[in-house]
Design a protein around this ligand. Structure first.
Ligand code: NAD
Length: 471
């Protein structure tokens, strides 16, 4: 494919239909382009080139890498609308609301934050002439394996700190959203030296090969818990360091006598951001009986009126499920809940008039733990609302999951909420909000939601090799 100044980003990253994999528009299912189908041989070449390019990149020093990252953030902002349109088509999320434009903006912001965050040498011991310092150096080559729900932003979370620390990076995007990641990387590569950042657009086999690759020093992985377990197994061979951001089944607990009108919108977006396809979204809500009916009604009312539709049509803020498999999971979980006698208060069915993979925003009440919709990760526009009478019991149920990514506590009394938050097992517990992330605040999971932290200084350390110099 030739590249000229007037070539669009989509043209730059797509290949001829005979050689590529068709990528549908998530809303309409029309083919928007063909993604390259890279193989394990391509991966080997990318890793070898990355290894060769990395020492010079590390030798540039922090100041110069920081300057380049700022130039990349400027470039993302200069191409923001084009990136957002491609992301909206491929992923399905609307341009408006906390969706495609928001994701591109966050991508630029996280690049800038990586550029501006410094990692200082730590003096860990000093006694007369004796002194031990802890330095943080580049690891070498970082492999970044990502999901399809926030493909640009999560890629940036993985690659910006790695680049800042002087690593070269090989990215393996989800096979559902390769074009968004290829387009983003092509924007990065207008400013990076050759081979410091390469995208290998392959399938799960390529993902498995990158995780096991002897030339890869660290894997940044965001995806399902099942795949995370396979990556841990692979790391026994190459001893790659791992950061694992895995699935979640985040609980929320609404405490007694909470002012529902004050929290209703935050509750709704905590659950329905990105049409529910968010790792740290509210996925099961425990509500005290004193406000149960009011919370159910408020959420159902918002679910009925918040606009859902094709992402490129301005005004829509909820979109389709990204792929057929996820649509099937959501439909199965809601049907199962209904067959158990749960009450579908809003939605509960597909919206075929909008497109094949749209499912109406759904609120399910009168449901208990043990129903698959409560116990499993739905990853879609559905929230089960469970009634409780005793706060200790609600905390115990929240903690009964094998997952521990995020959680939230909702109350008029923030101090009481913090007391409950301290007893909930999760990487982050939010008060009166759910899922808000900040580039300076560490983010990561506990239990089967993974280990390691991203963002800020913690994130830079995670893509570094600590080295002690003692004298
Ligand atoms: P997935 O695990 O199916 O795929 C993620 C990536 O792993 C893809 O690029 C895939 O090709 C690759 N892969 C598949 N098999 C592999 C293997 N054996 N070795 C290495 N790589 C392999 O996940 P998904 O369906 O794309 O994403 C949805 C899941 O991700 C949900 O469970 C969600 O909660 C989770 N998620 C977590 C976070 C977080 O920050 N914790 C963020 C987004 C999504």
């Amino acid at each position: 494919m030739t590249t000229t100044e007037s070539t669009t980003l989509l043209d730059r990253v797509t290949v001829a239909p005979e050689t590529g994999r068709p990528i549908p528009d998530a809303a309409t299912r029309e083919i928007i382009g063909h993604a390259p189908v890279h193989t394990v041989t391509d991966l080997d070449a990318a890793v070898a080139a990355a290894r060769a390019a990395q020492p010079a990149w590390a030798a540039l020093g922090h100041e110069e890498r920081s300057r380049i990252l700022h130039a990349i953030a400027d470039e993302i902002e200069a191409n923001a609308e084009e990136l957002a349109v491609l992301l909206s088509r491929e992923q399905g999320k609307p341009l408006d609301g906390p969706n495609a434009r928001f994701e591109v903006g966050a991508s630029a912001a996280w690049v800038r934050n990586a550029a501006d965050t410094a990692i200082e040498t730590e003096v860990v011991f000093e006694d007369g002439p004796a002194r031990s310092e802890l330095h943080y150096e580049a690891l070498g080559v970082v492999g970044a394996i990502g999901p399809w729900n926030w493909p640009m932003m999560i890629t940036v979370w993985q690659i910006a700190p790695a680049l800042r620390m002087g690593n070269a990076v090989v990215v393996k995007p989800s096979e559902y959203t390769p074009l968004s990641v290829l387009a983003l990387a092509s924007v990065f590569n207008r400013h990076l030296p050759a081979d410091v950042l390469t995208v290998v657009s392959g399938d799960r086999e390529v993902g498995a090969a990158i995780a096991a690759h002897p030339g890869v020093d660290k894997i940044m992985f965001t995806g399902s818990t099942a795949t995370g377990r396979r990556i841990v197994e692979s790391s026994a061979n190459n001893l790659a360091r791992l950061t694992l951001e895995l699935g979640g089944n985040d609980p929320g607990i609404v405490l007694p006598d909470t002012d529902v009108s004050a929290i209703a919108e935050n509750l709704f977006w905590g659950a329905f951001i990105n049409t529910g396809q968010t790792c740290a979204a509210l996925k099961r809500l425990y509500v005290h009986e004193s406000v149960y009916d009011e919370v159910v009604d408020a959420l159902a009312e918002l679910a009925r009126v918040i606009p859902m539709g094709r992402g490129l049509e301005e005004g829509n803020v909820l979109g389709p499920l990204q792929n057929e498999q996820q649509f099937g999971i959501v439909a199965r979980l809601v049907d199962d809940a209904r067959s158990r006698g749960a009450r579908v208060v809003s939605g509960g069915e597909p919206a075929p008039e909008l497109g094949p993979l749209f499912y109406r925003a759904t609120v399910v009440a009168d449901i208990e733990d043990g129903a698959a919709l409560v116990d499993e990760e739905q990853f879609g526009p559905v929230i089960p609302v469970v009634k409780y009478t005793d706060v200790d019991d609600a905390i115990a149920r929240a903690n009964a999951s094998s997952q521990g990514l995020g959680a939230s506590v909702w109350s008029n009394d923030p101090e009481a909420a913090v007391e409950v938050a301290r007893r909930v097992q999760a990487g982050t517990v939010w008060i009166n909000q759910h899922g808000a992330v900040n580039p300076n605040v560490p983010f990561g999971g506990t239990k089967a939601s993974g280990y390691g932290h991203e963002f800020g200084v913690h994130g830079l350390k995670a893509v570094s090799s600590p080295k002690v110099i003692s004298r």
